[in-house]
Design a protein around this ligand. Structure first.
Ligand SMILES: [Cu+2]
Ligand SMILES: [Zn+2]
Length: 195
């Protein structure tokens, strides 16, 4: 009799223990699903657009540029090849039109706030397209990262909206002082920013 009781108690303990286990697992699974759903939602809210840069002015400069908007900030990531070693300027120009061989169809620097040309963040003023200079290595490759809350992708505020503009890479260096565009020389690569 005593043995049966012990056995019964043992069974009850096992049963309640495994029941708890199942419940715990179910809760963990539920949490996982909720987390995945949250991540998916965040991904949808983060907008990413990607473009291929076309060579201009008889250059071989190509590459990819990605813009991602997240938490009120736009991040630009570019990887380029075919450059000469050293510093080059990169800007946002006012029109998403890379049709001309010299890239001049993109117009001047994107300047929705009517400021002088300058170094990004300068007190004397700067264009919203004045990203600046970046170095290319001995193999002619470069990666550029830039982030700002002064841009948006397709928002209502035209002083921030980069859609409909163009990315231009120059043969030379932006001196940050020459008006209206920093005397950066030929336009060697171009892409429109189209949503
Ligand atoms: Cu430019
Ligand atoms: Zn400028």
């Amino acid at each position: 009799m005593k043995r049966i009781q012990t056995l019964a108690l043992g069974l009850i303990l096992t049963a309640s223990f495994s029941c708890k286990e199942v419940k715990k697992e179910a809760e963990e699974a539920k949490e996982e699903i909720e987390e995945t759903a949250k991540e998916t939602k965040e991904e949808v809210m983060a907008e990413t657009i990607k473009f291929t840069m076309q060579p201009k002015s008889d250059s071989k400069v190509t590459g990819e540029v990605t813009f991602k908007e997240e938490d009120g900030k736009v991040m630009m990531m570019a990887s380029l090849s075919g450059l000469t070693e050293g510093e080059h300027a990169i800007h946002i120009h006012e029109k998403a039109d890379c049709s001309s061989a010299d890239g001049k169809s993109t117009g001047g620097h994107w300047n929705p706030t009517a400021q002088p040309h300058g170094k990004w963040g300068a007190e004397e003023g700067y264009h919203k397209g004045d990203i600046g200079n970046f170095p290319a290595d001995a193999d002619g490759n470069a990666t550029i990262e830039f982030a700002t809350d002064e841009w948006c992708i397709g928002c209502e505020d035209e002083s921030k909206n980069i859609v409909g503009k163009a990315v231009i890479v120059h043969e030379g260096v932006d001196d940050y002082t020459s008006q209206p565009s920093g005397a950066a020389g030929k336009r060697v690569s171009c892409t429109g920013i189209i949503q």
